[in-house]
Design a protein around this ligand. Structure first.
Ligand code: ZN
Length: 267
């Protein structure tokens, strides 16, 4: 699933390609799974003939603003926004001279239509937690999250606590901070908490520089691969040596997700 660095990479690429362009036509090829709160007709009426005035991101959601209207899109497991059609086109946005295709093999992507001024009240956005890489990510806010007795790895994946982190970057950040993924959040010492607080944006920034992770279906709108999978310290590296201490990386299952960690240096 695309996580914060992949969604942000897509956002930046699309900003260069279509920001300020007029949407001339729109073709919904999959409405049942994709459109969560509107019909194709309502979507067309709201957007066609308007310019893309802003392109934002909240957690793993992309937010397209067309004047007074906004479209909120989550790519989920296999969604991709491409400048060329691929096999599973679900939505086509015809901008003046440029076409954007939503490709989604598994049909989990979801789209919401909202008034731009009411975006904050839209349910999927309203529930999101603090946003790393923004001023809302403060040491004070982070410490408040850590009063929970939940396992730290599961807490990091909870989008209502921190928005945008997924399995890959949660594993990598815990490795950087030398914290075992099963530790109760509130058992972290001040020093460990501080290390984790700093590791999260650092891992995300590095992934952004690499254009995200192309471990599965993810591609940039231009069809390029991300390169962060080449920099994984623990994720998907079960049995391979830890880059820090050489111990073999272990995999455990937490909440039906794999956690990868080093038993040597993550305590
Ligand atoms: Zn190690």
């Amino acid at each position: 699933m695309p996580e914060l660095p992949e969604v942000e990479t897509i956002r930046r690429a699309l900003e260069r390609e279509v920001l300020g362009y007029e949407l001339q036509a729109l073709d919904v090829r999959e409405r049942v799974h994709l459109l969560k709160n509107c019909t194709p007709q309502e979507l067309k009426r709201a957007l066609v003939g308007r310019r893309l005035t802003a392109l934002g991101r909240r957690g793993k959601f992309l937010v397209f603003e067309f004047g007074p209207w906004a479209v909120v899109l989550h790519l989920r497991m296999s969604g991709r926004l491409l400048l060329r059609p691929a096999e599973h086109t679900r939505l086509v946005l015809h901008f003046e001279g440029k076409t954007l295709y939503l490709d989604d093999a598994r049909r989990f992507a979801s789209l919401y239509l909202a008034l731009a001024k009411e975006l904050g009240e839209l349910k999927p956005l309203r529930q999101l937690g603090i946003e790393p890489l923004t001023p809302s990510y403060t040491w004070e806010a982070f410490q408040t999250l850590l009063t929970s007795k939940r396992e730290i790895k599961r807490l990091l994946l909870d989008q209502t606590q921190i928005a945008g982190l997924g399995n890959i970057y949660a594993c990598e950040a815990l490795f950087e901070a030398c914290i075992h993924p099963k530790r109760p959040a509130r058992s972290l010492t001040q020093q460990e908490a501080k290390r984790l607080f700093e590791a999260i944006p650092r891992v995300l920034e590095r992934a952004l520089e690499a254009g995200g992770t192309s471990f599965d279906k993810y591609r940039t709108p231009q069809g390029e691969l991300g390169r962060f999978q080449e920099e994984f310290s623990v994720y998907s590296r079960e049995g391979e040596p830890c880059p820090r201490c050489g111990a073999p990386v272990k995999r455990i299952v937490q909440g039906r997700r794999s956690s990868f960690f080093c038993p040597g240096c993550q305590r």
